[in-house]
Write a protein that binds this ligand. Structure first.
Ligand SMILES: NC(=O)C1=CN([C@@H]2O[C@H](COP(=O)(O)OP(=O)(O)OC[C@H]3O[C@@H](n4cnc5c(N)ncnc54)[C@H](OP(=O)(O)O)[C@@H]3O)[C@@H](O)[C@H]2O)C=CC1
Ligand SMILES: O=C(O)C1=N[C@H](C(=O)O)C[C@H](O)C1
Length: 242
């Protein structure tokens, strides 16, 4: 498979390593300094584009891929106010777009566990739900995309929770997300239910970027030849060995 890497930072490089080990080719490595190189690539030069750049760059990158007819897997967080526009463009172009706030299989199982726990805890209003996410100091967005997905899962299940806030002050109708930036932490998420007398918490800790990168590459392999808008739930049922 010929893979175009859009964004060649921590994630782009980790994906490249795994892709080469799996026998794929790299069609191009596009970074902030060489975006013009995209113009040299035709439809047949790229089987799939994998986009991990920055919140400011993702929209243009994904748009450019869809307009060129390249299926695109995007993992960049912090730009999702434009998601509807991209999904419409994808349908107009009969293209393929895959998005996940987190490509690690473990986190996607954690998303399911989070919803199950929220559904259970909605019957116990003496427990107050909140969340902490910890990431490396180079991270540009807060809260993390993963924390937003977790908060959406809770809001979907607990009717008294209407929104999330990236704030330490507790507000009764909001899921509070605390964001911490420390050293080189790849990504830690904790969902906590506190009462006056105890705490119940679930936690996911990524030890490295390998899980994110392997999940994104697997999504790319899966996306080739498909048309439509997809996410991890579409993929999870079909894989067993990642
Ligand atoms: N969904 C998931 O599973 C995961 C998502 N992420 C998300 O992915 C994104 C990237 O993370 P990470 O690799 O750690 O970040 P890095 O900062 O290490 O890498 C981002 C790269 O994108 C480049 N870039 C900036 N602007 C453009 C542009 N216009 N076109 C192409 N490339 C550009 C940057 O170049 P320069 O350095 O020169 O600015 C940099 O090399 C973040 O939004 C992060 O939150 C991260 C891990 C997992
Ligand atoms: O920026 C990162 O590093 C990560 N970003 C994603 C997010 O915002 O949730 C996924 C992962 O936690 C690492």
């Amino acid at each position: 498979m010929k893979i175009l890497l859009l964004g060649y930072g921590k994630m782009g490089k980790t994906i490249e390593q795994i892709a080469l080990n799996r026998g794929h080719e790299i069609a191009g490595r596009i970074d902030v300094n060489n975006r013009a190189d995209l113009d040299a690539l035709g439809k047949e030069d790229v089987d799939v584009a994998i986009e991990f750049s920055s919140p400011e760059a993702a929209l243009d990158n994904v748009r450019d891929c869809l307009k060129r007819g390249w299926p695109v897997v995007c993992g960049t967080t912090g730009w999702l106010e434009h998601r509807t526009e991209i999904e419409e463009l994808c349908r107009q172009q009969h293209g393929a777009f895959f998005y996940a706030s987190n490509y690690s299989i473990g986190v996607n199982l954690f998303f399911r566990l989070n919803k199950m726990l929220a559904r259970f805890m909605k019957g116990y209003p003496s427990y107050h739900v909140s969340m902490t996410e910890v990431h490396h100091t180079e991270k540009k967005d807060a809260p993390s995309g993963t924390a937003i997905t977790l908060a959406e899962g809770i809001i979907e299940q607990i009717p008294t929770k209407k929104r999330w806030v990236n704030d330490a002050d507790s507000q009764p109708d909001a899921v509070m997300i605390e964001s911490l930036r420390e050293g080189t932490v790849p990504g830690t998420h904790v969902v906590r239910y506190d009462s006056e007398v105890d705490t119940i918490e679930i936690k996911h800790v990524a030890y490295s970027r390998q899980g994110f990168a392997l999940g994104a590459l697997t999504a790319g392999e899966w996306l080739v030849g498909k048309e439509g808008v997809f996410g991890m739930e579409d993929l999870l049922g079909e894989i067993s060995n990642v």
